[in-house]
Design a protein around this ligand. Structure first.
Ligand code: SF4
Ligand code: FES
Length: 244
């Protein structure tokens, strides 16, 4: 561990409810091997207790701490200070794009969670379902009740980086389509097919792959969308020939 202490300047986005948005600047001292989330916590602890931001696990698991750092989506709990600035340098900290701001650095990601529920990724499992992993037989039958996309921490950073989500708030977005791709490795249900093969579904993607570039869990949402397109086309062809 490097014990050097750097002085850095944080320019942080502030907004309360519908009030005017503005930026506030703070100077802090920090070890450059600490993380951007540590710097934000220092601002909260020593400068301004009214600053709101979201975090929980501090080890890239809960997906709560995604923000824009110098304009790029970063999971702030694993982004070291030295990787994004230098001694006497500056950091611009903003909330994720393409979600409504609730307060300062906290955004409302409920649209993503609602869409995930639509394709069968329930956000809250009932108690009997939560116990299912220990009951193998029932597990087979009710797998979809608690099934989640492996590795996705539902941070929303892919949606923030997506140029289509920026211009079309109805677009399902990379996280949801990636989850649908995972679900489609099971026999493709008509419900999922209807959702993804729609105006707001996978044909809206422009192949920018910004989602894959910022994803902290290597979920590769861009690649999954492309693979899902192949699945849907194969399904359409099969349907066409089965009619004839
Ligand atoms: S796909 Fe990646 S970037 Fe998108 S929500 Fe999941 S973990 Fe986050
Ligand atoms: S605090 Fe949980 S992912 Fe960063």
């Amino acid at each position: 561990m490097n014990d050097t202490i750097w002085t850095i300047e944080l320019k942080i986005f502030r907004q309360r409810a519908d009030a005017q948005r503005y930026f506030q600047t703070f100077q802090i001292e920090i070890n450059p091997d600490e993380y951007v989330l540590d710097a934000i916590e220092k601002v909260w602890a020593f400068h301004d207790r009214s600053l709101t931001f979201r975090h929980a696990c501090h080890h890239s698991t809960c997906g709560a701490c995604g923000m824009l750092v110098n304009g790029i989506e970063k999971l702030t709990c694993i982004t070291s200070i030295r990787s994004v600035t230098q001694n006497n340098g500056k950091l611009l900290i903003e909330p994720l794009r393409n979600f409504p701001v609730l307060s300062d650095l906290v955004v409302d990601t409920s649209s993503m969670f609602k869409a995930l529920e639509e394709i069968g990724f329930n956000q809250v499992a009932s108690l009997p379902s939560a116990c299912l992993p220990y009951e193998r037989k029932t597990l087979e039958h009710e797998r979809s009740e608690y099934q989640r996309l492996v590795d996705c921490i539902e941070c929303g950073m892919c949606i923030s980086a997506c140029p289509v989500s920026l211009t079309d708030s109805n677009y399902l977005g990379p996280a949801v389509l990636a989850a649908a791709h995972d679900a489609s490795s099971q026999p493709l249900s008509n419900k999922i097919l209807e959702i993804v093969d729609s105006r707001d579904g996978l044909w809206r993607c422009h192949n920018a792959f910004e989602c894959s570039a910022v994803c902290p869990s290597n979920v590769e949402p861009g690649l999954r969308i492309m693979k899902m397109r192949q699945t849907v086309i194969a399904h359409r062809i099969k349907k066409l020939f089965s009619r004839g």
